[in-house]
Design a protein around this ligand. Sequence first.
Ligand code: SF4
Length: 280
Amino acid sequence: MKVVVAEYAGFCFGVRRIAEMIEEELAKGGELFALGEPIHNPIKVEEWKKRGLKLITRASELPEGAKVIVRAHGVPKEEWEVLEQKAGEIIDGTCPLVRKVYDRARYLVENGYFVVIAGDPSHPEVKGEMSYLPEGKYAVFSGKNGDVPDESFKRDRKKVGVVAQTTLSDKLLANVVTPLIGVEELLIFNTICYETHRRQNSAKELASRVDLMIVVGGKNSSNTSKLYSICREIVESNHVESAEELKEDWFAGKNVVGVTAGASTPDEVIDEVVRKIKSL
Ligand code: SF4
């Protein structure tokens, strides 16, 4: 059986950046707290926890004067303010491309646009973006299952500006933007990050020339789930977090298997999956 790994798979620039920050801090010893899971990969997070990283779910849980790292997809404004009051040191792991979405959204508000965020309102990144915008000046649409702007939304607004969750698919962004065509002034910042684009496009290309796709990454990772839904529209696909979840019968009669991985999947987990498939 031939196994082909997608050209772009695994750690993206923002995740690699925060992973290096955590490694550096853990190597120094001392206590390090993380507000929320720093990346959406349970295997890597478990490994860091064993080496001393302590997870907290709210900024208020941080002990006075402690050192804390902020996750790649940022934290809401209120949480950041609490961290500023309590932390001895804040290490900002927020990906610069996520910061750029905040900046674009702020620019839109300052210039009189009603902001549409295309994305999942329960995702930490979108929650962060919402927290920096004034109430009544923005709306969030996921682009899924008819969650898109309707006619009255369009009728009531003359200036609309759009930003997208960095890990959104092109298709969902198009679902949100298309009904807005007709608004007098429509400004779209395509803030889907280039790393997401690369991974989605190379997964799509690979899925079209294999018999089966294996998508590797956290079940809590939004970008991994998007890769999985893109692949399964093209070819039979399975989503696993690690090599242990692979099932032998998936591979019966398959000649070529493609492997892709979400932006928070470490290289060693991808390598382990490839090794196991080859051994079947
Ligand atoms: S997916 Fe893009 S925006 Fe998100 S952490 Fe990675 S590089 Fe940054």
